[in-house]
Design a protein around this ligand. Structure first.
Ligand SMILES: Cc1cc2nc3c(=O)[nH]c(=O)nc-3n(C[C@H](O)[C@H](O)[C@H](O)COP(=O)(O)OP(=O)(O)OC[C@H]3O[C@@H](n4cnc5c(N)ncnc54)[C@H](O)[C@@H]3O)c2cc1C
Length: 371
């Protein structure tokens, strides 16, 4: 096979699908190539399914901008397309006076990012809302919610096809060459299986840095890739809270928090475990550590009610102990690979940000190539 198409998006997770939809909305010819047999089986189906408000990220960062804009776009999209979601709100809790000082910094960050509906709650206020919580104080974030991420991806897929685009599964992209201003992508392992295109978007999540290497001759402009696994334990008993409950953020993640799914089942996670290889097994022996961490805000937790559930892996661009990196959106024109766009380190809040990232990336992709 050697076909020619204008735009190829590699990766049918929430980011690749949202970008392809945006290109299709603009009337562009687009195809999404996905390695797995189904869409959305990567990071996009192994997360907390939370629509984040945009609180934690450094002011003026890409994460803050896309999260705040993306949240509104996502709520509107869910509403218009009947995608299941709930604006359930979230509490970020402090366990003592010292933590309350850190909570104030989180609050200031949220304000700086334009999250204007946050409010401080005293212990008494919190107990009225969630009687089983035992905390010193909390911040309430009313615009945080939960979403059916599969429903979202199914709708994005449907939009792409309705607008004339296509999603092709079981089609891993191995490498690519830029020849005479045109990309030649090598698919599968068969030499004759190639596709030609003008623009390539690399939205391959955990593989994005390694695929970016296979699409360039010089990898100096590429950041290092690392993986931080996050495991979840589900709660077999009755859900104790009606809102999401987060402790203060920790290095590499937002802390072992309580989330609800749309059926009202509770779960705790994700922790942060730096790993070398992709492995989704949840280590059942972590139950004691989970119970200990959850007991900081919910003393009623019982280890026997915590069941190993699932794990997700964060695509990090820094090693353990280094400062957190922002989302990276690379335009290959700046390093001699015109027509290539790499999306690197799209960790949380990538799900919330997908429609906002898609708008910016589609604008970038549709600009004339000047290189
Ligand atoms: C534990 C955890 C919790 C999170 N919680 C939240 C949350 O609550 N809220 C939030 O906003 N964000 C959250 N996130 C972040 C969010 O899930 C991600 O940012 C988002 O899903 C990334 O989507 P993606 O499309 O970039 O990656 P993916 O969903 O992984 O999609 C990439 C796709 O590319 C495919 N692929 C890989 N290599 C190739 C190749 N060579 N050729 C073709 N296809 C290929 C893969 O099969 C995959 O389907 C969380 C992330 C983690 C890990």
């Amino acid at each position: 096979m050697s076909e020619k198409i204008d735009h190829v998006v590699i990766g049918a997770g929430v980011i690749g699908l949202a970008i392809a939809r945006e290109l299709a909305l603009a009337g562009r010819e687009v195809i999404v190539l996905e390695a797995a047999p189904i869409i959305g089986s990567g990071i996009s189906s192994r997360n907390s399914e939370v629509i984040h408000a945009g609180i934690y990220y450094p002011q003026n960062s890409s994460k803050a901008f896309h999260c705040v804009r993306g949240k509104q776009l996502l709520y509107d999209y869910c509403q218009s397309n009947h995608i299941e979601h709930r604006r359930c709100g979230k509490l970020i809790v402090a366990g003592n006076a010292e933590q309350q000082e850190m909570l104030k910094q989180v609050y200031q960050k949220g304000l700086a990012n334009g999250v204007s509906d946050l409010r401080f709650l005293s212990k008494t206020d919190v107990m009225q809302l969630e009687p089983e919580l035992e905390v010193y104080s909390a911040i309430m974030s009313p615009s945080t919610g939960i979403i059916d991420s599969h429903g979202l991806m199914t709708q994005l897929h449907a939009d792409i096809e309705r607008l004339g685009g296509m999603v092709v599964c079981n089609t891993p992209v191995q490498s690519g060459e830029l020849e005479g201003g045109e990309w030649h992508l090598q698919l599968n392992d068969q030499e004759q299986s190639r596709i030609r295109c003008k623009r390539v978007v690399n939205a391959t999540g955990l593989s994005a840095v390694s695929l970016a290497k296979a699409l360039t001759t010089d990898s100096n402009h590429l950041p290092q890739a690392a993986f931080a696994k996050g495991s979840y334990f589900s709660l077999s008993g009755k859900a104790p809270f009606s809102r999401l409950v987060y402790p203060l953020p920790e290095a590499g993640g937002l802390g072992v928090h309580y989330t609800l799914d749309l059926q009202g089942r509770g779960r705790f996670g994700p922790d942060v475990e730096w790993i070398d290889n992709i492995d989704y097994q949840v280590d059942a022996s972590k139950v004691a550590a989970f119970k200990h961490r959850v007991a900081d805000y919910w003393p009623g937790v019982e280890a026997r009610e915590l069941q190993p559930d699932y794990a997700g892996i964060r695509p990090k661009l820094m090693r353990e102990g280094q400062p957190a990196e922002d989302f990276v959106i690379q335009n290959g024109a700046s390093f001699g690979r015109a027509g290539l766009f790499n999306l690197l380190g799209i960790e949380s809040p990538g799900l919330t940000s997908c429609l906002s990232i898609a708008q910016d990336v589609a604008q970038l992709v549709m600009q004339p190539i000047t290189d």
